[in-house]
Design a protein around this ligand. Structure first.
Ligand code: TRP
Length: 444
């Protein structure tokens, strides 16, 4: 249970709740959902198995594994990619984690819902204005981003990850329950059908290479794969943990959270008529959810509960991301843990400041049509993660000690695995080929 819970803690986070609906909205709804589900099953689960195999066999982090298994060869260079990816992802993820903290704080003080409640239109107008204050301004989102960084630093230096994990073991199941309650709420709203149809009935003509690339990126992002996060976690797995079972459960739970979030967000979008306001992807969830809460009896209660759960979910994800670099620094540069955390986090904070401002004063500053925030997300999610993933996959499929994969998947022959040959086939041929083709098309 502990193994599954920790991996799930890393996987489930803002990627499922904030990033998924924004991507679905920008990529045609159900068509994107379908591609995403296909990517999770065909590529996500095998890629998780690649990282788990490597981690549990090598019993080290993403650099250490290669130092051990392939001394003197440049394979460990994938660690450089991992560190770059973790730097860029944290550089924008912390900003959204900051918004979560900001919404939680303002739910507690009551400021978020002040003046709402007269009518649906008036409530949304107020919430839209609040969003302007909380997200599209310079000062307050920046402060919350910095606070969130400090909380992460505290946890990482204090070494209280275990404590956080224990807390999240209780809060994670609660998160599912609350999402289920919200689903029941929103699915019974007037006009929910329209949003639901858009989310669930695919229009295949909307599928383009962009959609495919984005679905692939979302798969890597939401399952924490492509930068050695799962390698690191799996290095602590006991020998009798069934890797396939764990990967399948984590992938399905992550998918389920995304699906439930979609069933909350899209019916609400049509019910509240939020479509005609030119709703921007990144802020979709923060605009929609408070509207849902404000309609429920016990608005403040639900709002505090939800944002607390989301914040903890995000925290267990960021801690896992930062840890990749911290572990590397401690080992390679032989510095103390506190120093490693500070050295790791400082460049992240610099990126975080620019990402945060890209919703305020820097919103007109774009590179290749993308704001700083979107650029970090694009490079890390659509380029670095798949690149890291394909290298890990090719290594495990073709270059690693011959028996490693089969031994890890069957726990040294102790468990039987019906699909063993199919999984090995996917890891050797299908996954590298598919990821490679998609990446080539991204560049073109
Ligand atoms: N999967 C997490 C989420 O969905 C984010 C995350 C944590 C991540 N660790 C990662 C993404 C490693 C990519 C790589 O919120």
């Amino acid at each position: 249970m502990g193994v599954i819970a920790a991996t799930l803690g890393s996987a489930v986070g803002l990627g499922n709740v904030w990033r998924f609906p924004a991507e679905a909205q920008a990529n045609g709804g159900a068509a994107f959902l379908l591609l995403y589900i296909a990517c999770v099953i065909i590529l996500g689960v095998p890629m998780m198995l690649v990282e788990m195999t490597l981690g549990r066999h090598g019993r080290s982090d993403v650099v250490g594994v290669f130092k051990k298994l392939e001394p003197g060869k440049p394979w460990w260079g994938v660690g450089a990619l991992a560190i770059l990816a973790s730097l860029l992802i944290t550089g924008f993820y912390m900003v959204v984690e900051g918004w979560t903290a900001e919404y939680l704080w303002n739910s507690i003080t009551g400021a978020l819902y002040e003046g709402t409640g007269e009518s649906v239109a008036q409530t949304d107008a107020v919430l839209k204005a609040r969003m302007g204050e909380y997200i599209n301004s310079d000062f307050s989102p920046l402060i919350f981003t910095l606070v969130v960084f400090m909380i992460n630093v505290g946890i990482l230096i204090g070494g209280v990850q275990k404590g956080i994990e224990r807390v999240s073991n209780i809060l994670m199941p609660m998160f599912f329950v609350v999402l289920a309650i919200l689903c029941c709420m929103t699915l019974s709203l007037d006009g929910a059908g329209e949003g639901l149809r858009w989310f669930l009935s695919p229009d295949f003509s909307l599928i383009t290479w962009d959609t495919v690339v984005n679905a692939l990126g979302q798969t890597f992002f939401s399952l924490s794969i492509g930068m050695g996060c799962i390698v690191t976690y799996a290095s602590y797995y006991p020998d009798n943990t069934r890797l396939t079972g764990t990967a399948v459960i984590v992938a399905m739970m992550s998918l389920l959270v995304a699906l439930m979030v979609g069933c909350v967000i899209f019916p609400s979008v049509t019910h509240f008529g939020l479509t005609d306001h030119g709703l921007a992807g990144s802020t979709l969830v923060f605009r929609t959810l408070p509207n849902v809460f404000s309609m429920m009896p016990g608005t403040t209660f639900w709002s505090i509960l939800f944002f607390t759960l989301l914040f903890v979910a995000a925290l267990t994800s960021t801690v896992s991301m930062v840890e990749v670099t911290v572990a590397f620094m401690q080992e390679r540069l032989k510095v103390s843990r506190a120093k490693a955390v500070v050295l790791t986090v400082v460049p992240m904070i610099v990126l975080g400041i620019f990402s945060s401002l890209s919703f305020g004063s820097l919103s007109d500053f774009t590179i290749a049509g993308k704001t700083f925030f979107d650029l970090l997300d694009f490079i890390a999610t659509n380029l670095l993660l798949p690149l890291g993933g394909i290298i890990l996959c090719i290594y495990v499929g073709w270059f690693a000690p011959k028996t490693m994969l089969r031994e890890q998947l069957t726990n040294h022959g102790r468990t039987r695995l019906l699909l063993l040959n199919a999984i090995v086939f996917i890891i050797r041929y299908v996954a590298p080929l598919l990821i490679g083709v998609i990446m080539v098309f991204t560049f073109i």
